[in-house]
Design a protein around this ligand. Structure first.
Ligand code: FIX
Ligand code: ZN
Length: 448
C-alpha cells in the first residue's frame, strides 16, 4: 500500500485543515469531560471552615479553605512573595502575626499590583477570578472580597466543581493530624458528602515509627517500639479501623527522597511496617497504596507549608515494591523532574503500578507538557495525567483549566501523529480516550 505522505506531521509545517480540526475536537473534548480529581487537600462543609461569610458560621480551626484571601495566602505564593520582599525587610514572625487578609493584601500588592503576575501560581488566581466572573484587572481586593463574602460554602462547592468540571474530589485525610482525627471521631458523618471521597494518609507510620508508635498506644492500640507480631497485628487493626471509619478508597503516604525499599531483608522500621502491616492490610482490603515520593520537608521552616523542597528519589525502590507485592496496587507520583522517565518505564514493567500527576513543583505548563508527552509515548492512555493537589477549593478552577489546555495540546499532536500513518481517528475515539485519562484509568485502578 503506498504510504500517504500528505498527513506526515512536519513540526515546521503550517497545520493542515485536518490537524486544525483535530486540535479543535480534542481541546473541546478535554475541556468538557468531567475529571475525578484523585488527590486534593479539600474538604466538605462537615469539616468546618475558617472563612467568614454572610451565611456560614466561622470555625477558626476548620479545614475547608476557599475564597480570595485563602487563594492569595496559598503557600506557593507565600514562598514567592518572600522572593520579592525578603525576610530582612519583613521578618517571618511579623508576616505570620498578620491577619489572613493583611497577608493577602501584602501578597496582592507585591505579586499582582507592583509586578506582573507571571508565575503559574499567580496566573492561577487570575484564571480563577476570571472563570468565576470576577474582573482580573481589579487593582484592589474590595470587590472580590465582597463577592466571596456573599457566597455560602456548600453551594460554592457545587459552583466550583461545575466550573472546573470536577465530578469527584478525593481528599487527603491525615489521621496523625489531631484536628482532622478528632473531627472524624467527634462527627463520623463529617466526610459523608457524595462529592468527596476519603483517603487514609499516614506519613508518620512509615517516615517515623518511633514517634508514630507512642501515638497508636495513646489511641488504644497495644503496640511496642519493637515491631513484633503483636505490634504488627495492632498496626493492622489501626489501619482497618480507620479505613472503615473513613470509607477510604485508597491509602497514601508522602515519602522523602531518601526513601529506600530493598526487599525482605530491609529491616528498617518504615520498611518493616510497610511490608508486614500496611501492604498485607491493603491487599486484604483490595485498596491501592499511593506513594508520593521526593519531598524533603521543611528546609525553610519559617515558610511553614511553603518550606518543603524537592530532591531526586529512588525509582528502584518502587520497582522492588511492585515486584515483591504483585497482589498490591501502587499509585505513584514523584516530585523530581529527573525521576519521571524512569518511573514511566517502571510502569511499563508492572501492571500494578499506576503513575499519576505532575505533582507540586512539576505542575507548570512547560513540565506538564514534557511529562504528559513522554508518558503518552511510553504508556498510551494507561496513566493518570494530572491531579490538582488543591488546598483551596477555588484552585480547582485554574489547576484544571491550565492542565486541560496542556493535555489537549499534547493529545492533539499525538492524534496527528497517528493520522500521519494513514489511520483515521474518530471523535468517538477521542472521547473514549479522554474519559479514560480523566476518570477511567483511576476508577478502574481502584477495583482489584
Ligand atoms: O504531601 C502532599 O500531599 C503535598 O502535595 C503537600 O504537602 C504540598 O504542600 C502541596 O500541597 C503541593 O502541592
Ligand atoms: Zn498533596
Amino acid at each position: 500500500m503506498k504510504r500517504s505522505t500528505s498527513l506526515r506531521v512536519d513540526p515546521s509545517h503550517t497545520p493542515t485543515d485536518r490537524q486544525t480540526e483535530l486540535a479543535r475536537i480534542v481541546h473541546s473534548t478535554v475541556h468538557s469531560t468531567p475529571v475525578w480529581d484523585l488527590h486534593t487537600h479539600l474538604y466538605p462543609t462537615g469539616f468546618g471552615s475558617p472563612v467568614p461569610t454572610v451565611s456560614d458560621s466561622v470555625d477558626p480551626q476548620g479545614l475547608s479553605l476557599w475564597g480570595i484571601d485563602e487563594l492569595l495566602t496559598y503557600h506557593y505564593l507565600v514562598a514567592e512573595v518572600y522572593r520579592v520582599v525578603p525576610a530582612t525587610r519583613l521578618p517571618y514572625e511579623q508576616f505570620w502575626r498578620m491577619s489572613k487578609s493583611e497577608q493577602a493584601d501584602h501578597i496582592w500588592k507585591n505579586l499582582f499590583v507592583d509586578r506582573t503576575p507571571l508565575s503559574e501560581a499567580c496566573r492561577g488566581v487570575l484564571t480563577t477570578l476570571s472563570l468565576l466572573g470576577l474582573d482580573p484587572n481589579e487593582r484592589n481586593l474590595d470587590n472580590h472580597r465582597k463577592w466571596f463574602a456573599e457566597q455560602s460554602l456548600d453551594s460554592h462547592i457545587d459552583r466550583v466543581m461545575d466550573t472546573a468540571r470536577v465530578s469527584r474530589i478525593t481528599m487527603t485525610n491525615a489521621v496523625f493530624d489531631d484536628n482532622e482525627r478528632e473531627r472524624w471521631l467527634a462527627t463520623p458523618s463529617a466526610g459523608a458528602d457524595a462529592r468527596f471521597e476519603a483517603v487514609l494518609r499516614f506519613d508518620p507510620l512509615l517516615r517515623d515509627w518511633h514517634s508514630a508508635g507512642p501515638k497508636l498506644r495513646e489511641w488504644g492500640y497495644e503496640v511496642d517500639q519493637d515491631l513484633d507480631d503483636k505490634t504488627i497485628g495492632e498496626i493492622r487493626r489501626f489501619l482497618r479501623d480507620w479505613i472503615g471509619r473513613m470509607n477510604a478508597i485508597y491509602c497514601a503516604v508522602s515519602l522523602p527522597p531518601s526513601f529506600r525499599y530493598r526487599g525482605a531483608e530491609d529491616r528498617s522500621p518504615g520498611s518493616t511496617v510497610f511490608r508486614e502491616a500496611v501492604l498485607p492490610t491493603l491487599a486484604e482490603a483490595g485498596l491501592p497504596m499511593a506513594m508520593m515520593i521526593g519531598s524533603r520537608l521543611q528546609v525553610n521552616p519559617s515558610l511553614k507549608d511553603g518550606g518543603d523542597t524537592v530532591e531526586n528519589s529512588d525509582v528502584a525502590s518502587v520497582v522492588q515494591l511492585c515486584s515483591d507485592f504483585p497482589d498490591n496496587r501502587f499509585l505513584c507520583t514523584m516530585l523530581a523532574r529527573e525521576n519521571q522517565h524512569e518511573l514511566a518505564v517502571a510502569a511499563r514493567k508492572f501492571g500494578n503500578l499506576m503513575v499519576f500527576g505532575c505533582w507540586w513543583f512539576l505542575n507548570n505548563p512547560s513540565l506538564v507538557e514534557e511529562i504528559t508527552r513522554m508518558r503518552l509515548e511510553l504508556l498510551g492512555t494507561t496513566f493518570v495525567p494530572q491531579h490538582s493537589d488543591a488546598r483551596v477549593l477555588d484552585q480547582l478552577i485554574y489547576k484544571w483549566d491550565h492542565s486541560r489546555s496542556i493535555i489537549a495540546k499534547v493529545l492533539a499532536d499525538k492524534y496527528a501523529d497517528v493520522e500521519a500513518t494513514g489511520r483515521r481517528v474518530s471523535e468517538t475515539d477521542i472521547q473514549r480516550d479522554v474519559q479514560h485519562l480523566l476518570h477511567g484509568a483511576f476508577a478502574d485502578f481502584l477495583t482489584p
